[in-house]
Design a protein around this ligand. Structure first.
Ligand code: ATP
Ligand code: MG
Length: 459
């Protein structure tokens, strides 16, 4: 297997490029799996779990049985959907933590290389700069152990989010040295390309000067270009009638957004206050959010909320997630960031606390995700009196991550629990000791297992 990484600035078109390549590969008969990393890193190995979930849910049973004949029970820990489709997989007692993790990784590698023997296999992983360390370790293991298979991983990442000491850089440097990785840098469109894009979008050539003006401002960043064009048409400055594009007012009269942030601000300012309120609340839930949690948060009539979200969807601010009823995502991470950063920090903390309380009441299918969500929201609310809940939930999330061999994630959860414990008025010394022990154990396993199966890691 090999990995091709597409890097570039936010909004330059990395995800879209990956999606188009995936579509083309699928059209050519390749099997395509897709997963993305989340800013909250809800579950360890999230992109793999997402990708494999889909496969596990749709593959014929006997095929699945033979693909997971070895190590199926380890795989089922990472991908709970497997246990649901193949009930009765033995629940093995934990053995040596290093070997357990190795076996779990092997079970993923075996499944994927099995798939890649039948047809070309493309695994798309979006937003790798947000990947947790267990995900990167699994990726590395996968590529090393399937050197001869035809698996191709296509990953995207935001260059600006990845410094030299970022964990993704460590992984990519190693993989590059081993000849398993190739990098592509995606830049904004050139002026000529932008002219072509505008013509394709408007069905006619751009009026003189427009392409240059947009290019100067956006440097060909596609997200920015899209917001800019929307602004021009929304304000009526650019008309698309009679098969031609015409500027009805000079650009300096219309005003030109100076940054992506400003463009998003203009876009959002066209929505009415109620819709904006709902969107701000949704931004607290994350890039992706579910309507029922949002409804409870807004404490409003479902209908009204639904209308607000429908309006936002019609305006291209949010999108319904394919294949999941009542699940939405902001059309772009930058939109979510803008909304989220407009909320003052005391209110933010209060909202996170509310969300935590709501999720506590809701049954969800996957206990792992729920634990991590609770840990996330309560730790954001720890400074305003939710420290005890934060400690409890971070600790549980840590324990859960340990059972998934995600030792680095577990260590982080324990560390967050310890931080929150500092904020508890009368901190419990026993609790602190236990958390420190947990952290020690997670770190211990981490060091041991990164030595195992790795040829060139010196830390
Ligand atoms: N070649 C293209 N033609 C038309 N529109 C495009 C093209 N590439 C990207 N876009 C649009 O530009 C916007 C931003 O693209 P995309 O989401 O792929 O950016 P990104 O690089 O993944 O950003 P981020 O780093 O924030 O994830 C999207 O609305 C996308 O549909
Ligand atoms: Mg993207």
């Amino acid at each position: 297997g090999r990995v091709v990484l597409v890097g570039g600035e936010p909004g330059v078109g990395k995800s879209r490029l990956a999606a188009e390549l995936a579509r083309a590969a699928h059209g050519d008969g390749a099997r395509v799996l897709y997963g993305r990393c989340d800013e909250r890193s809800l579950i360890p190995y999230q992109p793999f779990v997402e990708a494999l979930d889909h496969h596990v849910a749709h593959a014929p049973l006997d095929e699945l049985r033979s693909q997971t004949a070895h190590g199926g029970e380890k795989l089922a820990r990472l991908v709970p959907a497997l246990g649901e489709r193949l009930p009765g997989l033995p629940d093995t007692a934990p053995g040596d933590p290093q070997i357990d993790r190795y076996l779990a990784f092997e079970s993923v590698a075996r499944l994927l290389s099995g798939l890649s023997r039948r047809s070309a296999l493309l695994l798309v992983i979006d937003d790798l700069h947000l990947a947790d360390r267990p995900t990167l370790l699994l990726l590395r293991h996968l590529l090393r152990s399937s050197k001869r298979s035809s698996l191709l991983v296509l990953g995207t990442y935001r260059e600006s989010a990845v410094g030299a000491s970022h964990q993704l850089s460590e992984t990519t440097v190693e993989l590059h040295r081993e000849g398993l990785l190739e990098r592509i840098r995606l830049d904004g469109l050139e002026e000529r390309e932008l002219a072509g894009l505008i013509a394709a979008w408007g069905g006619a050539d751009a009026p003189p000067g427009l392409t240059r003006a947009i290019h100067d401002q956006t440097e060909g960043n596609l997200f920015f270009v899209g917001e800019f064009l929307r602004h021009l048409t929304d304000t009526g400055a650019l008309s698309r009638e009679h098969g031609r594009l015409t500027l009805t007012r000079p650009l300096d009269v219309v005003g030109v957004p100076e940054s992506v942030k400003e463009a998003i601000g203009w876009h959002l300012s066209r929505l009415d206050d109620h819709v904006l309120d709902m969107l701000r609340l949704a931004s607290v839930l994350g890039r992706r959010f579910s309507l029922d949690v949002l409804a409870a948060l807004a404490d409003s009539e479902g209908g009204e909320l639904e209308r607000a979200i429908e309006t936002a969807a019609a305006e291209g601010v949010v999108e319904e997630e394919p294949g999941a009823i009542g699940q939405y995502a902001f059309a772009h991470a930058l939109i979510r960031d803008t909304l989220y950063s407009a909320i003052g920090s005391p209110r933010r903390a209060r909202l996170h606390r509310r969300v935590g309380e709501i999720i506590e009441q809701l049954p969800t299918a996957d206990p792992g995700t729920r634990l991590a969500e609770l840990a996330y929201h309560f730790s954001r609310a720890a400074p305003i009196g939710a420290a005890e809940q934060a400690v409890a939930h971070c600790r549980r999330a840590g324990d859960h991550a340990m059972t998934l061999f995600a030792y680095e994630e577990a260590a982080q959860h324990y560390r967050r629990a310890l931080q929150a414990l500092e904020l508890v008025e009368i901190g419990d010394e026993d609790e602190r000791r236990e958390l420190l022990l947990g952290l020690g154990e997670a770190q211990d396993r981490r060091t041991q297992s990164s030595e195992l199966g790795s040829t060139a890691t010196i830390r």
